[in-house]
Design a protein around this ligand. Structure first.
Ligand code: ZN
Ligand code: FE
Length: 257
């Protein structure tokens, strides 16, 4: 039975680790120290490293972990991540720990960003989406266009509702504050805010979320909902098109305090 663990790193990152009690795979190790500590604490062998995109808070620990890595580093073919690594693009599969991870191209935050989906046999599917989809939000458009991000988010939104969303940052409460500004009448946003506040006060992550939950609360997955369209139009969206709505939401969020 595989266990999923969120290792806190820096101020608000999570390095996701899957392990079977003997071997582990980690996603986006921006820092080696929390990974080393978790491997040592449980006597785990590091079987693979999966990388979603090239930002330092996602790859900074890769080289320091290499000496104890028994398998490969996998990463986006279109991005410069610490070499050597196995280059992946959408449609590829990675087999590790007896699990199969399917690769999705999700450009927007960065130009070559990929996501990994592990469809469970005896458990819900897992999505490792880096900085593309956050709970109640999405990544900033550093290298991609609103149209690319809209297509990437649409692909993730089409995953089964019980897919667990393992994103890389604990941004949920601040994202929910923005989501409530977009949709003040959305009761799911209010309920989830209360639940996440309790989790943070107890010192536990608000993640993973699920696709079904995100479809209820995440404005960036709700660009066709009339209340979201109206709010985006009031903030400058050129028309009702989902891409225009997403572009306006993203710019609004960038200046939202
Ligand atoms: Zn990033
Ligand atoms: Fe990041």
């Amino acid at each position: 039975m595989t266990k999923l663990v969120a290792l806190p790193a820096f101020t608000d990152n999570y390095i996701w680790m899957l392990h079977d009690g003997q071997r582990a795979v980690v996603v986006d190790p921006g820092d080696a120290a929390p990974v080393q500590a978790a491997l040592d604490a449980q006597g785990l062998e590091l079987a693979a490293i999966l990388v979603t995109h090239h930002h330092p808070d996602h790859v900074g620990g890769v080289d320091a972990l290499r000496p104890r890595l028994k398998g490969a580093v996998y990463g986006p073919a279109k991005e410069a991540i610490p070499a050597p690594f196995v280059p992946l693009a959408g449609g590829a599969r990675v087999e590790v720990l007896g699990l199969s991870f399917e690769v999705f191209d999700v450009p927007g935050h960065t130009a070559g960003h990929i996501a990994y989906v592990q469809r469970g046999v005896e458990r819900d599917a897992l999505l490792f989406c880096g900085d593309t989809l956050f709970s109640a939000g999405c990544g900033r458009l550093f290298e991609g266009t609103p149209a690319q991000m809209a297509a990437s988010l649409a692909a993730l939104a089409a995953l089964p509702g019980d897919t667990r969303v393992c994103c890389t940052h604990e941004y949920t409460l601040s994202n929910l504050r923005f989501a409530a500004a977009v949709e003040p009448a959305n009761a799911d946003i209010a309920a989830h805010t209360a639940a996440c506040r309790a989790r943070r006060e107890a010192g536990t992550p608000t993640l993973p979320s699920t696709i079904a939950q995100e479809l209820r609360i995440n404005p960036f997955l709700r660009c066709g909902v009339p209340a979201v369209v109206a709010a985006a139009r009031a903030e400058g969206a050129a028309n009702d098109d989902a891409v225009a709505v997403l572009a306006a939401l993203r710019e609004w969020k960038n200046r939202f305090r």
